[in-house]
Design a binder for this molecule. Structure first.
Ligand SMILES: [Zn+2]
Length: 255
């Protein structure tokens, strides 16, 4: 009998100890960003507190720094707020709920730092500046690679009118020498339809704009036409004169 009483007492003590823990675990407070900035515990903008619970809830009350800020009496039990409605700095967010059975539940506290616009901007730049730095670094490395790859490359002069193979990146008309050149795989994209590449004709580095193949083929043909001097009026050689005479005499015979 004594043992049983001891056992019951122990069980009661255990339940008493456990009950506040159970009550807290029964109400989960979460904070969600609706619009704005967050970086870890630092937040700025429009956020919502909401609760979830295995219990069926009748109402939920939301608190910031222990001060009641909102009540939700229907699902979803949530409450939206602007961080700018509160002072900058650390705040404690909590919620209490009343279950359908009349039990009071309390959530664990969530701590957030409501930051100022200046802090948000410096936070953003802490994220963006290194990214920009990395991008700039890659860009410089690629340009350096281009120079190394093409600086000492022996360039065979491309014959005028040569039928170039333009590959998957196509070709362009070099703005410096005006001749068609293939765009290399290593060419850098520096905007829509503009590549930074080396011309195969003049070897100079510059901005190339990919052109349609027909235009490139026309440019190849134009190289030859441009290079051919206007046909001079030549004096006929003795041989030519003789051949012409023979041709015309043959013609006469046939008549
Ligand atoms: Zn060129």
């Amino acid at each position: 009998m004594k043992a049983l009483r001891g056992f019951l007492g122990g069980l009661a003590a255990l339940l008493l100890l456990a009950s506040p823990v159970l009550a807290q675990a029964g109400l989960n407070l979460s904070v969600r960003k609706d619009f704005g900035y967050n970086n870890g515990s630092q937040i700025r903008g429009t956020f919502s507190m909401s609760v979830s619970s295995p219990e069926s809830l009748r109402s939920v009350t939301f608190f910031i720094d222990g001060k009641q800020v909102g009540v939700a009496s229907a699902a979803p039990f949530s409450w939206q707020f602007q961080t700018t409605d509160f002072a900058d700095g650390w705040h404690q967010l909590t919620a209490t709920a009343l279950t359908a059975g009349g039990q009071a539940l309390t959530s664990d506290a969530r701590r957030f730092e409501f930051i100022s616009q200046a802090q948000e901007q410096s936070g953003m730049s802490r994220i963006i500046v290194p990214i920009l730095g990395i991008v700039a670094g890659i860009f410089v490395l690629m340009i350096g690679f281009q120079f190394l790859a093409f600086r000492n490359r022996k360039r065979e002069p491309v014959p005028l009118g040569a039928h170039r193979s333009y590959g998957i990146r196509g070709g362009a008309i070099c703005p410096r020498c005006g001749r068609p050149t293939p765009i290399h795989l290593t060419a850098l994209n520096v905007g829509i339809g503009t590549k930074l590449d080396t011309c195969e004709n003049c070897g100079r580095f510059g901005l190339l704009r990919p052109r349609p193949l027909e235009e490139l083929r026309r440019a190849e043909a134009a190289e030859v036409a441009d290079a051919r001097p206007d046909a001079p009026v030549r004096e006929q050689s003795a041989e030519e004169r003789l051949r012409e005479q023979l041709d015309s005499s043959r013609y006469d015979e046939m008549k």
